[in-house]
Design a protein around this ligand. Sequence first.
Ligand SMILES: *[C@@H]1O[C@H](CO)[C@@H](O)[C@H](O)[C@H]1NC(C)=O
Ligand SMILES: *[C@@H]1O[C@H](CO)[C@@H](O)[C@H](O)[C@H]1NC(C)=O
Ligand SMILES: *[C@@H]1O[C@H](CO)[C@@H](O)[C@H](O)[C@H]1NC(C)=O
Ligand SMILES: *[C@@H]1O[C@H](CO)[C@@H](O)[C@H](O)[C@H]1NC(C)=O
Ligand SMILES: *[C@@H]1O[C@H](CO)[C@@H](O)[C@H](O)[C@H]1NC(C)=O
Ligand SMILES: *[C@@H]1O[C@H](CO)[C@@H](O)[C@H](O)[C@H]1NC(C)=O
Length: 675
Amino acid sequence: MASPLSLLLLLLLFFFFFFFSSVSPISSDSSDALLLLSKIKPSLQGPSPEPNLQLSTWNSSTPLCLWRGLSWSFSGDALRCNDSAVSANLSLYRDPSLQLVSIRLPATALSGHVPEELARFSSLRSLLLPSNSLTGSLPLDLFNSPSLSDLDLSSNSINGSLPPSLWNLCDRLVSLRLHHNSISGAVPDPAIPNSPCPLFQALDFGSNNLDGGFPRFLTGFQNLQELNLASNHFSGLIPGELAGMKNLQSLNLSYNNFSGALPEAFKASRFGSEAFIGNSPELCGAPLGQCGSGSGLSSGAIAGIVIGLMAGAVLLASVSIGWVQGRKRRNRGRREEEDMEMEMEMEMDEGENGAEGKLAVFQGGEHLTLEDVLNATGQVMEKTSYGTVYKAKLDGGGAIALRLLREGSCKDPSSCSPVIRQLGRARHENLVPLRAYYQGKRGEKLLIYDYLPNRSLHDLLHESRAGRPLLNWSRRHKIALGIARGLAYLHTGQETPIIHGNVKSKNVLVDEFFVPRLTEFGLDKLMVPAVADEMVSVAKADGYKAPELQKMKKCSPRTDVYAFGILLLEILMGKKPGKDARTGAMVDLPSLVKVAVLEETTMDVFDVEVLKGIRSPTEDGLVQALKLAMGCCAPVASVRPDMHEVVKQLEENRPRNRSALYSPADTRSEIGTPF
Ligand SMILES: *[C@@H]1O[C@H](CO)[C@@H](O)[C@H](O)[C@H]1NC(C)=O
Ligand SMILES: *[C@@H]1O[C@H](CO)[C@@H](O)[C@H](O)[C@H]1NC(C)=O
Ligand SMILES: *[C@@H]1O[C@H](CO)[C@@H](O)[C@H](O)[C@H]1NC(C)=O
Ligand SMILES: *[C@@H]1O[C@H](CO)[C@@H](O)[C@H](O)[C@H]1NC(C)=O
Ligand SMILES: *[C@@H]1O[C@H](CO)[C@@H](O)[C@H](O)[C@H]1NC(C)=O
Ligand SMILES: *[C@@H]1O[C@H](CO)[C@@H](O)[C@H](O)[C@H]1NC(C)=O
């Protein structure tokens, strides 16, 4: 029962509601045209004393239809300027329902700066002001513009750096052209990584002063057709994924300072040498000239990892933790080890006088020098069934990861060397690359990888340490998709498939942009059978073992798919599979899901963090991901999907509301958190 007093309150509330909702916006620049007059026109006009011919048509004594370079809409429909009543209407510009759709003033002698108020036009899709004399920097707010999809500010005199808000436009951006300005600094990474910017077709940053490494995330923009970074100061390596971008028609990376060997993938790509000319003399490989003779054979001058005679000794001495206890056993086996010849067909670098060891190097690792490695100091990171992993700090900063294989590994050179060679060729954004392989005369065997300071997915999912980033569905989806892509590459990226053999959350490193990278792949073939089979029991205890996997020899792409299915469930449910550390009971994730489905409590299986911000678990691809995971865990191997099918399904069922992740507030409160 409403009392008279509360009725009065209600009426008051209504009054205020209507008052403020209808009256207050008019007090500021309520129509787009008024905002254009008050802020945009003076800013673009700049300091020039002469009124700009085009801009001067933007005035209240000229009907809106005659204002130059603009297009408008009324609630979605284009303004009908062929209608004489409209085209002559002098008060039209005050109409708040009129919306500015585009500004197109190429080569019109604009001499001011790009005004940040542009972000206040709710329907502005195109801003095309090329070949003018605009100065100053790009306003931060421009990229929060709600509808902007087509931006061309080429051939102006804009300086400063690209604002970090740049990729806030990602979900609608079609074309971004900033050619021929004086923009400097690095290209900022998107706040939320792995965003595909699905509509993005043309990026032209040519002829500026941009620097830093190749903006790797660009290779994730799968619809990109044109990419121009020419005539800047970019440096470092050019990633191979670029060659695999299906839709990329035009590429220009000329006149930068890129270096290193162009990845193999460019050999068969449609891009000729003209896309790469004018870079560091070190940039080599097809379609440019051949890389230095010996292709990767370390000889000081040629880039590569160098561990020579002394390097091996000093290096091993410095990674002495955990080494001493292995020593006795090693001495026992010394004779036979010495007799063993590696006879690898890959380029092996023998130490001076060949007394100490041999090294095979693979693509990448140009940052390492002999001296670096000589002075490296090591610390144990972890011990696994496969051996001990060390982090070796390099003197000049940076580090490498060394995996000292268990004794007896890689015993048979004729079967071992093709495996190592193949692992050394495996290059994919979601794999930790193998850079070199070292074998000492005493039989010690080291796999040398990039060291990544990242946390494992296992830690991210299961450790409640402060500063842990929020793992919402968008981020988890990104991680899952990356892992799936890495596995798909292993299974089919080369002539012979590489079986990962040890897929689990501990073997996935996740960087601060939620890009996952798989480690420990393909090592089972290097092990003596007994050690390999130890892996099976470990996989069983961890909960990732496929039912048919009794011996490591039996591992196959399908057993990887099974393990991936468990891993995907782990990602969705936030629960650890396998033996519970406290109770010792086995946690069977697929069974938990089956029970929940029968009891119609399916939504309860998802981790609460996963459901954050999700409006519809079906439309956001959550339900599909759960089904997919269950399909991967099918007890009968032949009905499991292959990894390409998994990738496809994850790509087709993406979280919908990715744009919310781009808001600057989210950047500050979450992404900035180090982990
Ligand atoms: C308004 O625009 C007309 C052209 O449409 C121009 O002739 C006139 O000078 C402008 N007035 C002002 C005050 O700029
Ligand atoms: C104006 O043009 C639109 C489409 O361009 C057309 O549909 C409409 O009939 C035209 N109106 C007049 C009055 O000519
Ligand atoms: C001119 O446009 C305004 C705003 O849309 C409208 O209210 C007014 O009726 C129009 N005048 C004529 C003569 O069409
Ligand atoms: C950009 O150019 C303006 C002059 O147009 C200058 O005042 C300003 O210092 C420059 N800013 C940078 C970051 O170079
Ligand atoms: C690439 O850019 C450079 C410098 O801007 C230009 O000279 C060259 O013609 C361009 N190459 C291609 C293939 O467009
Ligand atoms: C190019 O990069 C190399 C390192 O790869 C650096 O030593 C050199 O100074 C750079 N050159 C320019 C012009 O930036």
